[in-house]
Design a protein around this ligand. Structure first.
Ligand SMILES: [Zn+2]
Length: 118
């Protein structure tokens, strides 16, 4: 099962996307960083959406920022710091997770721009 995190996707839950690296409905990446597959959305609200992801067999939580203002980014980074401390993950794991969050943010912004342009 794959979930498309593009907020403008016409069909984020599509069984036909199960093994696709790219969403067949909007062209967004489904396999983030070539390793994280989004399973489902588990939360929505505030400045971002929360997703359950599969990291090569391990289930993790990914939060994607949807607001692009300084206060939102600040809160987001604080929460990411707290979450990474709670999970007590290793330093290298923490770095790769933050990298994936950054990639998601840029992907979402480019997706929303192209959606508006069409
Ligand atoms: Zn999509």
């Amino acid at each position: 099962m794959s979930y498309c995190i593009n907020p403008h996707c016409p069909k984020p839950i599509d069984l036909a996307n199960a093994n696709n690296p790219i969403c067949r409905n909007c062209g967004s990446q489904l396999l983030l960083q070539n390793r994280y597959r989004v399973l489902k959305q588990i939360g929505q609200g505030g400045f971002g959406n929360t997703f359950e992801i599969d990291d090569i067999g391990k289930t993790k939580v990914l939060k994607v920022l949807t607001e692009n203002n300084p206060k939102a980014v600040e809160l987001f980074q604080q929460e990411a710091k707290v979450l990474s401390q709670l999970n007590s993950v290793s330093h290298s794991t923490r770095e790769s997770r933050q990298g994936s969050i950054g990639d998601c943010m840029s992907q979402l912004h480019s997706a929303s721009h192209s959606a508006r342009g069409s």
